[in-house]
Design a protein around this ligand. Structure first.
Ligand SMILES: C[S@@+](CC[C@H](N)C(=O)[O-])C[C@H]1O[C@@H](n2cnc3c(N)ncnc32)[C@H](O)[C@@H]1O
Length: 245
């Protein structure tokens, strides 16, 4: 963690990757304005809060502002995609729409790394903080797989489609079932997973090329998102192995 306006400003100016910034509600001066502008430009989520409410933080040590330093460096999606095409690889991306549980996120990252995903894409707001717990649950996968943080997932999904990447929404809210094999998952692909709370945003579902449901035989209406990501990514890998892609 970094405490205080000046140290946070210095960290931003030095290009350090911050996960989230909290400013004490009511503080407004030239430094807070600079922090706000730099945080916005770098896609770093920021909240104005009564800081004393944050875990383990007292009036004495916060000095008006607290920032969490990210244990990973976020990567730019466009250059990752360009690099994959240049290397002759068939891109496989995993887009996570507001996964908020840190352990779910870590476990999804582990599935992704094990099953051949080239990069994970998360929104800059409303997603789990990438912290020590996420790193631990990922079994180190978060040190191996690039993570891209995007300000606007709608624009990102549109960009992916325009770049030749097929967007497949993994959702229980469709009749199209995965086991039919009706959708070819061997081309450039982005798998979209939805939040624990309310699934994939309707506006993202509209952009997707296909929606696919993992068949279920029980009474509960959906799988845990990490489990669902594992099943969906296994099917992608299975199709690619069968085709020799
Ligand atoms: C726990 S579910 C979300 C449930 C939530 N109550 C809702 O209203 O959508 C989280 C995510 O896991 C994935 N998922 C869960 N069960 C699935 C299934 N049977 N088929 C496809 N995706 C599934 C979807 O991406 C879903 O958005």
């Amino acid at each position: 963690m970094i405490f205080g306006l000046r140290p946070i400003l210095e960290a931003l100016n030095a290009g350090r990757t911050l996960d989230k910034i909290f400013l004490l509600r009511g503080t407004k001066n030239s430094m807070t304005q600079d922090i706000q502008a730099l945080a916005k430009a770098a896609n770093i989520p920021m909240s104005m809060v009564p800081i004393e409410k944050l875990d383990g933080i007292t009036k004495k040590n916060h000095q008006g502002a607290v920032a969490y330093v990210s244990p990973i460096d976020y990567m730019p999606l466009d250059s990752i995609l360009a690099g994959l095409y240049e290397e002759g690889k068939t891109p496989l991306l995993l887009v996570l729409d507001r996964i908020t549980d840190v352990r779910n996120f870590g476990s999804i990252a582990r599935n992704a790394e094990c099953l051949g995903v080239h990069a994970i894409v998360v929104p800059s707001h409303g997603a789990a903080q990438i912290n020590g717990d996420a790193l631990k649950t990922s079994a180190g996968a978060l040190n191996l797989i690039p993570v891209c943080r995007e300000a606007n997932l709608k624009n990102t999904l549109t960009f992916l489609r325009e770049s030749g990447v097929q967007v497949v929404a993994c959702t229980e809210k469709t009749d199209a079932s995965l086991e039919t094999g009706a959708v070819d998952l061997t081309g450039p692909l982005a798998i979209l997973m939805g939040s624990e709370e309310d699934g994939i945003s309707p506006e993202y579902l509209q952009i997707a090329d296909y929606k696919l449901r993992i068949p279920m035989a029980g009474q509960i209406s959906s799988l845990n998102v990490s489990v669902a990501s594992g099943i969906m990514l296994y099917e992608v890998l299975r199709q690619r192995l069968v085709k020799g892609a």
